[in-house]
Design a protein around this ligand. Sequence first.
Ligand SMILES: Cc1cc2nc3c(=O)[nH]c(=O)nc-3n(C[C@H](O)[C@H](O)[C@H](O)COP(=O)(O)O)c2cc1C
Length: 198
Amino acid sequence: MASANRASSSLIKVVALSGSLRKGSYNTALIRSGIELSKGEVEGIEIEYVDISDLPFLNTDLEKDGSYPSEVEAFRQKIAAADSVLFASPEYNYSVTGPLKNAIDWASRPPNVWAGKAGAIVSAGGGHGGAKSQYHLRQIGVFLDLHFINKPEFFLNVFQPPPKFNSDGDLIDEDAKNKLKEILLSLKAFTLRLQGKN
Ligand SMILES: Cc1cc2nc3c(=O)[nH]c(=O)nc-3n(C[C@H](O)[C@H](O)[C@H](O)COP(=O)(O)O)c2cc1C
């Protein structure tokens, strides 16, 4: 009982990254929906969307005396200050997207700011809903020392009827919303567990 009370009073800070830079991105829409849930149904979790589109292509020539370009420094600081990370990962050619890998690589430069954090992955796409990108991302997480929740998994096939998004591009599918809620609850519980708070 005491630990349940302690867990419910803890607020975890989550940064959310989308591997798609597209304005109408389904994956970025999943993050918007997660943010909505965190303001209502899912308590104790604060989600900040972090745009990765301004990051330069990784080039170690841009690193000067152990410091990084200003956009990269700002990005790294946001990751460092977070308790955990929510990745919305589209599948490009059976893997993660170039922009997402670029962002991951920048934050892996010394000191690796991913280390020890909890993570969760959601994907939207055709076919298997981005599943293959998720398993590559999990593999990348091994070297980064990122700890992903195993269950539940979230893959959304956006092309199977009924429509999953409305004309504004927002998630409307109730099953998907419920699954997203489960992901956030699992991420919250696992983050607190990693931090020794429950
Ligand atoms: C370069 C490229 C490669 C893609 N490769 C795959 C793929 O391997 N498997 C798949 O299911 N979809 C693939 N797609 C489709 C995307 O996953 C789909 O368009 C998805 O909606 C993109 O995410 P977004 O809506 O967040 O931009 C690819 C799309 C692009 C642009």
